[in-house]
Ligand binder design. Structure first.
Ligand SMILES: Cc1cc2nc3c(=O)[nH]c(=O)nc-3n(C[C@H](O)[C@H](O)[C@H](O)COP(=O)(O)OP(=O)(O)OC[C@H]3O[C@@H](n4cnc5c(N)ncnc54)[C@H](O)[C@@H]3O)c2cc1C
Length: 317
């Protein structure tokens, strides 16, 4: 049968170009694994949509997210990683070498694969939320809470993460207004208890956000009580959304073990997935920490795991 598909074999293929993917590329290139990395539609990953990053070690004055990711890419390239623009559109891991289709037309075969496809924050979908994203609207309290110390902020969400982030914010912000859609929270009882006992967290039950207010930065939020239909405006400096994340793992869902939320399962203390020779790192397998530095650390782990796997395989052949 005739086919238009091009094929290429590589020792190690890395999918994704956030802190995890680039760090894996740096380590793998230095271990002479000649990695090829596909960047996906967001070269540099999530940090390219933020402004200042102040908590990544090595930048004493802070750094702009996009600039930091260019530094990551330059370092990976300098070490010899082959960085390419392209999206992994499907995978066939039924036999080795593994097959990864790029942009639906090129088939890469690889002896080992590192998945570093990250995750995306879920948003409410309000135009004002989108317009002020990065100007006071954030999906990461640990990343951005510090910029609003001493100020009043809103956090939307009712799960454990929202409760944790509200508590985190309560330690540095003046008042934390927590917006909960129903008359109860989904968070565990212990987390709810901590929230309720924190004097500067105010919970708004049965409440929804109508609009985030402000021209160039967040200045307030308009809420609707969905029981009484009463509207309230609260002046705040930041609007945190904590309604969950979506791991970018769709193309792996029938081939690797994922948890109930779609995160790739890895063997604790390693980057090994349910399939030999396939490793996962960064936010696609981490629903707890979700930080650039932890993603980079796990990218290092994935490269070292892949190196050991490939080396053992070579010795056994
Ligand atoms: C607005 C914002 C601000 C943040 N600020 C901070 C901060 O100040 N400090 C901090 O430590 N963390 C911060 N974070 C969190 C941090 O960005 C993430 O924890 C980190 O980027 C995760 O890295 P990653 O490499 O796992 O994935 P990501 O950065 O999500 O990158 C995923 C990569 O995979 C690629 N990809 C996805 N699917 C495919 C595919 N099918 N084929 C090929 N490539 C694919 C994407 O194009 C992207 O390059 C912030 C996040 C956001 C959204």
């Amino acid at each position: 049968m005739e086919t238009n598909q091009q094929q290429e074999h590589v020792h190690l293929l890395i999918i994704g170009s956030g802190p995890a993917g680039y760090t894996a590329a740096i380590y793998a290139a230095r271990a002479n694994l000649k990695p090829v990395l596909y960047q996906g539609i967001q070269p540099g990953g999530q940090l390219t949509i933020t402004t200042e990053v102040e908590n990544y070690p090595g930048y004493p004055e802070g750094v702009q997210g996009p600039e930091m990711m260019v530094d990551f890419e330059k370092q990976a390239t300098r070490m010899g990683a082959d960085i390419r623009f392209g999206l992994a559109t499907s995978v066939d891991f039924s036999s080795q070498p593994y097959k990864i289709t790029i942009d639906e037309n090129k088939v890469m075969t690889a002896d080992a694969v590192i998945i570093a496809t990250g995750a995306s924050a879920k948003w409410l979908g309000l135009p004002s939320e989108q317009r002020l994203n990065g100007s006071g609207v954030s999906a990461c309290a640990v990343c951005d809470g510090f910029f609003f110390r001493g100020k009043d902020v809103v956090i939307v969400g009712a799960g454990d993460t929202a409760a944790e982030e509200a508590l985190y914010l309560s330690k540095m912000c003046n008042n934390v207004h927590m917006v909960v859609r129903r008359h109860e929270m989904r968070a565990s009882m212990i987390m709810q208890d901590r929230v309720m006992k924190t004097s500067n967290i105010m919970v708004y039950w049965n409440s929804e956000t109508l609009e985030v207010l402000g021209e160039n930065k967040v200045e307030g939020v308009k809420l609707l009580n969905n029981k009484t239909q009463e509207e309230t405006t609260i002046p705040v400096s930041a609007f945190f959304v904590a309604i969950g994340h979506q791991p970018n793992s769709d193309i792996f869902k029938d081939v690797l073990e994922l948890d109930e939320q779609g995160y790739i399962k890895t063997v604790p203390g390693s980057s090994r997935t349910s399939l030999e020779g396939v490793f996962a790192c960064g936010d696609v397998q981490d629903k707890i920490y979700r930080q650039a530095v932890t993603a980079a650390g796990s990218g290092c782990m994935a490269a070292l795991d892949a190196e050991r796997y490939l080396s053992a395989k070579e010795h056994n052949n």
